[in-house]
Design a protein around this ligand. Sequence first.
Ligand code: ADP
Ligand code: MG
Length: 154
Amino acid sequence: MTKLSFHTTGPEETESLGERIGRALESETVVALFGGLGAGKTTLTKGIARGLDVPDLVHSPTFTLIHEHKGRVWVYHFDLYRLDDPAQLLDLDYEDYVYGPGVTIIEWAERAGNLLPADRLEIRITGERDERTLELTATGPHSEAVLDRLSVNA
Ligand code: ADP
Ligand code: MG
């Protein structure tokens, strides 16, 4: 499966969807989040972290570009809003995170440019007021396996 889309009404529903996605994730998966300010990327990330059994609070890593959490796997949460140049990522050991074990979630994924890995679960969030559409696209074997599990456990 390469595409799946969801509709939510309100942040709680987006967070619950995130939890479902989190339960379907396995290590070595990268989740690339697209959507403007206030789209719901951090809200979804909170749910994903919960689905990965992360006990601590997840909020936007505003001043650091990355937060690390320990759930049933390591969870690396990047927020690239303040990134000026994708090359800066290389100084943050970005490739060790993205290509290592663990789950990497990237807000403002478009700012990583061509440093996004080939196999990633892309999630595009659009909408207004309390409505959001979340379009999931898999671009390789790891991310496709996630969509397969999600479509079975509807
Ligand atoms: P981002 O990380 O993309 O900037 P946040 O998750 O921090 O966005 O904020 C999303 C905002 O949109 C919150 O204020 C939330 O209450 C609001 N919101 C309203 N409806 C939804 C929805 N269906 N899903 C997610 N957030 C929603
Ligand atoms: Mg955010």
